[in-house]
Design a protein around this ligand. Structure first.
Ligand code: ATP
Ligand code: MG
Length: 231
């Protein structure tokens, strides 16, 4: 048997508790799992079960209340805010549940945003933008604004933006939630292709049909994460 692929992210008994007036919400309880290089994983669960909370922790957008997160074997809590922002910007691409495109900017300028996150953009910035737009087949709309695009096209632009730094991991929170079946299938094919090219991909979905296309499924229910077989 070949050795397992290197680990990218590892969660050890991670919990997230939010204050809610006089009480608290346990959005995530004791979550433990390892994500390895090259995985193609779906996170499945009903509304309010904790999927976005989990994704935000995987993408360093939020910190756990309890437990530990490791990136490349290194405890994330031991990184400074600056180091964490650096890893997030360079290694993790995030597609938000709402697309979060800036309406006044063109498609091209939206895709370019993460490149200037750390001061000056890289020398090959223009080439990276071209590659990201081509991957999602949006080159022909580069000079349009988000308001002039369909929902599926906006989603593809959000994916191009997440890919422009050529991150190791792509995290997408419900990327097909607002799309019709045909457009959702096209986005799913795009993820399959990106995974075939070597990217580690994690996608949140409500849909067990969509989750069935992934090699691994995690189920989240009332903040508890379990490993799924077939969805
Ligand atoms: N900032 C917050 N403050 C308080 N409670 C929160 C906060 N964010 C999320 N929650 C609560 O945590 C729980 C999990 O929320 P989360 O957004 O992770 O769910 P979800 O599975 O992504 O749902 P959906 O499928 O509707 O997007 C919910 O009960 C929610 O109300
Ligand atoms: Mg959510």
């Amino acid at each position: 048997m070949s050795a397992p692929a290197p680990e990218v992210l590892r969660l050890e008994r991670v919990g997230k508790r939010y204050p809610m007036g006089d009480t608290v919400v346990d959005a995530l309880v004791d979550a433990s799992f390892t994500l390895r290089e090259g995985e193609f994983m779906a996170i499945l669960g009903p509304s309010g079960s904790g999927k976005s909370t989990l994704m935000h922790i995987l993408g360093f957008l939020d910190s756990p209340s309890t437990g530990q997160v490791f990136f490349d074997g290194c405890p994330v809590a031991s990184l400074s805010e600056r180091q964490r922002a650096h890893v997030r910007a360079e290694k993790i691409g995030f597609v938000f549940q709402a697309f979060n495109l800036l309406p006044r900017l063109t498609v091209r300028a939206n895709v370019a945003l993460p490149l200037s996150y750390h001061g000056s953009p890289p020398a090959d910035a223009e080439a990276r933008i071209d590659r990201a737009l081509a991957l999602v087949d949006m080159t022909h709309r580069a000079h349009h604004r988000p308001g002039e695009l369909s929902g599926g096209q906006r989603q593809r632009v959000a994916i191009a933006r997440a890919l422009v730094n050529e991150p190791r991991i792509l995290l997408a929170d419900e990327p097909t939630g607002n799309l019709d079946t045909k457009t959702a299938a096209a986005i799913l094919d795009l993820f399959k292709e990106l995974n075939r090219l070597g990217r580690t991909i994690v996608v949140v979905t409500h849909s067990s049909e969509i989750a069935g296309h992934f090699r691994r499924q995690l189920h989240v229910r009332d903040g508890r994460v379990t490993e799924g077989g077939a969805a």
